[in-house]
Design a protein around this ligand. Structure first.
Ligand code: MTE
Length: 301
């Protein structure tokens, strides 16, 4: 079972949405005809393998720099200039500097990674990302032994990012990881999805993807990465500290103060939209649980 979340999952391992929907319709039809329950455990397992469509992934977004509505990013993010693009990498590194994205991508093997994505708002998708491990970039710049955390910042450019003309959050959008989380092989710097360049609304030209954490940790359109000794400030914790903690690991047992995290709504289910149980660490427990050995995850949420 756990194998389906492994980082080597390929397109061919998952059910294309179209085929899946036909099968659901067949099963629903059979059930309506009183042919008994076909949707047993095997079908339940398959549900997790359904890839969301390109349209789902690129039209239902959170990217507050372009507004707070789910359709705002698709509508307004086209205005963002993503070329040229560089990232400042500073703090506790051997080779700090301003790195052009072309130099960052040189020598990086871009792979496809099919990851479950779980938003803190309790909806979920399965996304085929393209990218490279953050560890490869951190190794390239050389992390100093005193570094304990990695912080990230998004571009500030209100001329092109309409949401930044209002104080929705304190700009720039900020995120952070503990160094061992940042170095974990599941932690991806994504530059594309479905084999295409990342659409602006999904965080072009480069964003973070941390599949065992709530979606807001996956910061978009990154322009700065800093290595620090102290735990960095992160946007959602700064805005509402009682609701959003630094770790934000997907955890069905620790509710958001205003809603349950025990289940999730699958985006794109159409007629057959359903809720399913949320899995510990979003299904990546086998791979990441050891990072939190001995920690009380309801205290460090
Ligand atoms: N990054 C920036 N810069 N600004 C944002 O508002 N929203 C976060 C995260 N990264 C956000 C961000 C949230 S709340 C989620 S759920 C995911 O992006 C959404 O990613 P997606 O739109 O690609 O699904």
């Amino acid at each position: 079972m756990a194998a389906r979340y492994k980082s080597d999952l390929k397109y061919s391992d998952v059910t294309p949405e179209r085929v899946y929907m036909n099968r659901r319709q067949l099963m629903a039809g059979a059930a309506a005809l009183g042919l008994g329950s076909i949707a047993g455990p095997a079908a339940a397992q398959e549900e997790d393998l359904v890839l969301n469509s390109f349209d789902d992934i690129t039209s239902y977004n959170n990217f507050y720099e372009f507004g707070t509505g789910k359709s705002d990013p698709k509508q307004y993010a086209g205005a963002l200039t993503t070329d040229p693009w560089s990232i400042v990498i500073d703090g506790l590194v051997e080779r700090p500097g301003t790195y052009d994205i072309a130099d960052i991508l040189k020598d990086k093997a871009i792979e496809e990674r099919i990851y479950r994505f779980r938003c803190v708002e309790a909806w979920a998708m399965v996304v085929p990302w393209n990218g490279f491990e953050l560890k490869d970039l951190l190794d390239q710049v050389g992390v100093l032994p005193s570094a304990k955390y990695v912080s990230f910042e998004t571009l500030v450019r209100p001329e092109e990012m309409v949401g930044q003309r209002r104080p929705i959050l304190e700009w720039p959008y900020r995120e952070g990881l503990r160094l061992d989380e940042a170095m974990h092989p599941l932690t991806l710097m994504s530059t594309g999805l479905y084999g295409q360049e990342l659409p602006n609304q999904n965080g072009a030209p480069i964003r973070l993807v941390v599949p065992w954490k709530y979606g807001f940790k996956s910061i978009k359109s990154i322009v700065r990465i800093s290595l620090t000794e102290e735990q960095p400030d992160i946007s959602w914790n700064m805005a509402i500290p009682g609701e959003y903690g630094f770790f934000s690991n997907v955890n069905p047992n620790v509710d958001h103060p205003r809603w349950s995290q025990a289940t999730e709504r699958v985006i794109g289910g159409g007629l057959f939209a359903r809720r399913r149980p949320t899995l510990m660490f979003n299904g990546y427990e086998e791979e990441v649980a050891s990072l939190y050995d001995g920690m009380d995850l309801s205290e460090f949420f």
